[in-house]
Design a protein around this ligand. Structure first.
Ligand code: PLP
Length: 374
């Protein structure tokens, strides 16, 4: 059997990782400014993480959601504390799309409505409603095009207001820093305005923090830069440093109902031990503060490159927009300079390194980046 060929691949087989470095099967070492698509939060093969999940799988990898799982309870408590959302409730699933799917479903159970507002260029995942809320017709199959979603320009509050005040909007879903959309940032006034409108019209405000959350922006959540509390927050990617996991933080105004949400694998013992190890390391090594410090430094230095049209972002979520397509620059970074980076559209390079990126590694990246234009 062959693989179903949906991924355009670089011809590189990564077989080993350590911190912010990865190696291919020929032993070539790469600097990882991509984090496997913003997934590696505490660094590859962190010894504490390796120990915790090894011990857990040797004891109990999985049991079902029909019995008490104290690791889930501990994770909810720890995450509540570290993120500043102790009064919220936590539901665990296996991916980002599933987190958004469940958030939108819960919003609809809550207010009985079916209309969703999402931003132009938004990406929320590839399952049925998550993909419908994703502003990319190429990945919305006819079966997903059910007319639930209106896409509106980011930060254009009056456009969102005129939809929300119709009184039939179930939920607004928003990435405070758009990832796939090219590191475009929500403004404080816009999010505050959305919060007020959602309160007034009983619409649910959902922040998709799957890419921009979990410390990446230099605060635990990107929306915390904007001083607004959403009704639900979706997380995935960095939560378990590569172990598949997603989560949904739910405000106390939502009452849980037995059987309304559920999953086989979500919140299993092994996933929880991975997520707990991530929080241990984030606290022990001050990784949120590190993301802010190293990210600010990198952005300041990158702004000095005349070749870059605009540097955008917060913390270790950085977009470099060029006037021309970046395909050649990105390929040269990888092949000549051995640096992994991400991309958005045709003209934006995305930097999404592990949150443990050191100042030395940031400087090393800048040196290799400079060599491209020498
Ligand atoms: C903002 C955002 N939401 C949702 C998703 C979907 O997550 P997953 O691929 O884990 O389903 C992604 C993935 O890139 C994302 O960046």
């Amino acid at each position: 059997m062959k693989l179903f060929d949906v991924y355009p691949l670089f011809d590189i087989n990564i077989v080993k990782g350590k911190g912010c470095q990865v190696w291919d099967e020929e032993g070539t070492q790469y600097l990882d400014l991509y984090g496997g698509h913003a997934v590696i939060s505490i660094g590859h093969a962190h010894p504490h993480y390796v120990r915790k999940i090894s011990e857990q799988v040797a004891t109990l990898g999985f049991y079902s959601n029909s019995v008490i799982n104290k690791l889930q309870v501990e994770l909810a408590e720890r995450l509540g504390k570290v993120s500043g959302y102790e009064e919220y409730q936590f539901f665990l699933i296996n991916s980002g799309a599933e987190a958004n799917e469940n958030a939108l479903k819960l919003a609809s159970f809550y207010n009985g409505r079916t209309r969703i507002l999402a931003a132009e260029k938004a990406f929320h995942g590839r399952t049925s409603l998550a993909v419908e809320a994703t502003h990319n017709p190429k990945i919305i199959a006819p079966i997903n095009a059910n007319g639930h979603v209106t896409y509106l320009p980011l930060n254009d509050l009056s456009a969102w207001k005129s939809e929300i005040e119709k009184g039939d909007v179930c939920a607004v879903i928003i990435e405070c820093i758009q990832g796939v959309g090219g590191i475009r940032m929500v403004t404080k006034d816009f999010l505050k305005g959305l919060r007020e409108l959602c309160d007034k019209y009983n619409t649910v405000l959902i922040c998709d923090e799957i890419q921009c959350g979990y410390g990446r922006s230099g605060k635990f959540f990107a929306h915390q830069h904007l001083g607004v509390k959403p009704d639900m927050i979706t997380v995935a990617k960095g939560i378990a440093n590569g172990f598949p996991m997603g989560g949904l933080l739910i405000s106390p105004k939502f009452e849980p109902v037995y059987g309304q949400l559920g999953t086989t694998f979500g919140g299993n013992h092994l996933a929880c031990s991975a997520a707990l190890a991530v929080i241990d390391v984030m606290e022990e090594e001050n990784l949120v503060e590190n993301a802010a410090k190293v990210g600010n430094y990198l952005m300041d230095e990158l702004k000095k490159f005349p070749q870059i049209k605009e540097v955008r972002g917060r913390g270790l979520m950085i977009g470099l927009e060029f006037d021309e397509p970046i395909k050649e620059i990105r390929t040269r970074l990888l092949k000549e300079q051995h640096v992994f980076t991400g991309v958005s559209g045709t003209n934006v390079i995305r930097l999404l390194p592990p949150l443990c990126l050191s100042m030395d590694e940031a400087n090393e990246f800048l040196n290799r980046f400079r060599k491209l234009f020498a």
